[in-house]
Design a binder for this molecule. Structure first.
Ligand SMILES: Cc1cc2nc3c(=O)[nH]c(=O)nc-3n(C[C@H](O)[C@H](O)[C@H](O)COP(=O)(O)O)c2cc1C
Length: 353
């Protein structure tokens, strides 16, 4: 182009922006093709939170919503899927917990309803469940905490993997996404890999795409969105919290394992420590068997997520949240959140050129 033709600054920005958008589209093309959506941004399934309204909103915004089946039985799940289908024409997934006693029936409910993507979470998916998903024609998404297991999951039929770092909200593993991504992304090209945990901005998503990820999964930011049915107290707690307030649950004694769950520190988390100490004391005094003590500790959090999300008891309930909670500053619509993430990624690409 001749140097004497002046290009208005805005036009130049626009051209860069359009080019940058093309770069982003290419970077996550494998993810968008796999999910069948415009942006490779998955709404991570969140028990009690990821229901028809939020899931449909995420898919309608160009992302990929995922219903959290949690402890729902087959009839409830069937109704939830039907209601989600009534809210969106776009694809969405269903997340099933592998230790659910009715896992096989739940898979059949998904297949019968034409759910295209099934996420099996909470442990290594059992062989029969993997086969049932595949035989039913759905795509299987599994979680992997390590490269060896990732390879095994791909061999057994997983069509895509999620690697979730310990920065995430809810049940977590011990390794951060920064490290998991370096261990897994450069070495696993057979299937699309989605990254999760602590993601709150488009620039971060972009950096993982450049490392080989096909897309990203976010939970915390969507939990506080306008479309989320979470109680106003729950959303307010998210808006007030900083990253340092979202901590993993603490285990007092290695003989009594505690499943690590990341959530906001509150009265409940303090009382959990007291209950563990008292229960261990009773075990040591011979008042409780080891099994009874373990059960008592495990039962402490029963129903606690529902209490926080639905009833709004954010002091005694379980306010599961990722470290990304520090990036939740106000209630935004799902469309705004998705748009912001995409724009941040695109602007970061454009700024380099
Ligand atoms: C309130 C809450 C509940 C969650 N429940 C589930 C669940 O039922 N099943 C699951 O696989 N992951 C669950 N997660 C994890 C999310 O799907 C997602 O992977 C995670 O939130 C990503 O990290 P982020 O919170 O930093 O965005 C939950 C997360 C939160 C915050």
């Amino acid at each position: 182009m001749p140097p004497d033709i002046a290009i208005p600054a805005e036009a130049a920005v626009d051209a860069d922006f359009v080019r940058a958008r093309g770069v982003l589209e290419r970077l996550w093309a494998r993810g968008t093709a796999f999910l069948g959506c415009r942006f490779a941004i998955m709404g991570g399934a969140m028990s009690w939170v990821s229901e028809r309204t939020l899931v449909a909103a995420i898919s309608n915004a160009g992302g990929f919503g995922v219903i959290a089946c949690g402890s729902m039985g087959p009839a409830l799940l069937e109704a939830e899927i039907a209601a989600t289908q009534a809210g969106t024409q776009k694809p969405f997934g269903v997340n099933l917990i592998t230790m659910h006693p009715q896992l096989d029936e739940l898979i059949q409910v998904c297949i019968r309803a034409g759910v295209t993507h099934i996420v099996l979470a909470g442990g290594i998916p059992p062989g029969p469940a993997v086969r049932a998903v595949k035989d039913g024609g759905a795509k299987l998404i599994a979680f992997t905490p390590a490269l060896v297991l990732a390879r095994r999951l791909v061999k057994s039929g997983a069509d895509a993997l999620v690697i979730e770092g310990s920065e995430a909200g809810g049940h977590i593993g011990p390794v951060s996404l920064t490290v998991l991504a370096q261990e897994i992304l450069p070495h696993l090209r057979e299937v699309p890999v989605f990254v999760a945990g602590g993601l709150g901005r488009g620039e971060a998503i972009l950096s993982y795409l450049e490392m080989g990820a096909s897309g990203a999964q976010l939970g915390t930011r969507f939990a506080a969105s306008a479309e989320s049915i979470a109680h106003a107290n729950f959303k307010r707690a998210f808006m007030r919290a900083n990253a340092r307030d979202a901590l993993p649950s603490v285990q007092l004694d290695a003989r009594f394992p505690v499943i690590p769950v990341r959530g906001l520190v509150n009265e409940g988390t303090k009382r959990f420590l007291e209950v563990q100490a008292a229960t261990i004391g009773r075990f040591q005094a011979g008042e409780l068997s080891r099994e009874a003590a373990q059960l008592e500790i495990e039962h402490f959090w029963a129903g606690a997520l529902r209490r926080a999300v639905i009833e709004g008891d954010v002091e005694n309930g379980s306010v599961m949240a990722g470290q990304s909670v520090g990036m939740v500053t106000r209630e935004q619509s799902v469309g705004e959140i998705v748009g912001e993430l995409v724009e941040q990624a695109v602007r970061a690409i454009a700024a380099r050129e």
